[in-house]
Design a protein. Structure first.
Length: 271
């Protein structure tokens, strides 16, 4: 008879329900010492490391609550809408391009990255809050030959415009869920980087390198003339030509060098 070793590890059963604070994504900007755990985002349209739970947004960014219990009371009053739908889950994963609406204060926010790769509190007007952009992940034929496309936020939209292709961006009306406009993925289009080292930078696509069996590389150029490159999967078209379809956060997606940042800081201090 063979006895199992004490050191063998069994596979975990069931879903993980906890998240240690040091393992939380850095862009949530949670401090190390004010707890052992971090809020684990619920399963939803955005990945754990590419989202921000409502509790972090309301408590740590907007400072509308001091504790997690206060956030639960806020969401249970059905005051918070994400993409036009009331969400009562404090750990609901909101992600890139999602529109968060607080009707009681008359505020609308679009989740966008700043040039340091963090979700920023980007306020938008009521007109802009009526739509969002979605990157097309795949296009398929469903049952009975009905075409549909799947966007980066998990939406399945039937009968998309035949000109829409994978990697393109579609403009979605939040109230109806229908596509109202689209922007092709092509050279000369304004795009934002949504992953990798250049996360949060905005530039115009200048070149696409195709590497069969590997990752395609896209080269971009920002409004200051700086060039950078990233993988095709990280490029999100946000405009037609150099005209953006959504308003951009503070720095307009232009990353400064350390020396430029220092000079700007000194300038603002002297003024």
């Amino acid at each position: 008879r063979i006895f199992p070793s004490r050191h063998t590890t069994n596979m975990a059963r069931g879903p993980k329900k906890h998240l240690k604070r040091l393992n939380a994504p850095k862009h949530w900007m949670l401090d190390k010492l004010s707890g052992r755990y971090a809020p684990r985002p619920s399963p939803g349209p955005h990945k754990l490391r590419e989202c921000i739970p409502l509790i972090v947004f309301l408590r740590n960014r907007l400072k509308y609550a001091l504790t997690g219990d206060e956030v639960k009371r806020i969401v249970n009053q059905r005051l918070i809408k994400v993409d036009g739908k009331v969400r009562t889950d404090a750990t609901y994963p909101a992600g890139f391009m999602d529109v968060i609406t607080i009707e009681k204060t008359g505020e609308n926010f679009r989740l966008m990255y700043d040039v340091k790769g963090r979700f920023t509190v980007h306020r938008i007007g009521p007109e802009e809050a009526k739509y969002k952009l979605g990157k097309v992940r795949k296009i398929q034929l469903g049952q009975k030959g009905i075409p549909f496309c799947v966007t980066h936020d998990g939406r399945t939209i039937r009968y998309p415009d035949p000109v829409v292709n994978v990697h393109d961006t579609v403009k979605i009306d939040i109230s109806t869920g229908k596509i109202t406009d689209s922007a092709k993925f092509d050279i000369g289009q304004l795009s934002m980087v949504t992953g990798g080292r250049n996360l949060g930078r905005v530039g115009i696509i200048t070149n696409r390198e195709k590497h069969h069996g590997s990752f395609d590389i896209v080269h971009l150029k920002d409004s200051q003339g700086h060039t950078f490159a990233t993988r095709l999967a990280n490029v999100f078209v946000i405009g037609k030509g150099n005209k953006a379809m959504v308003s951009l956060p503070k720095m307009k997606g232009v990353r400064l060098s350390i020396a430029e940042e220092r000079d700007r800081r000194l300038e603002s201090k002297s003024m």
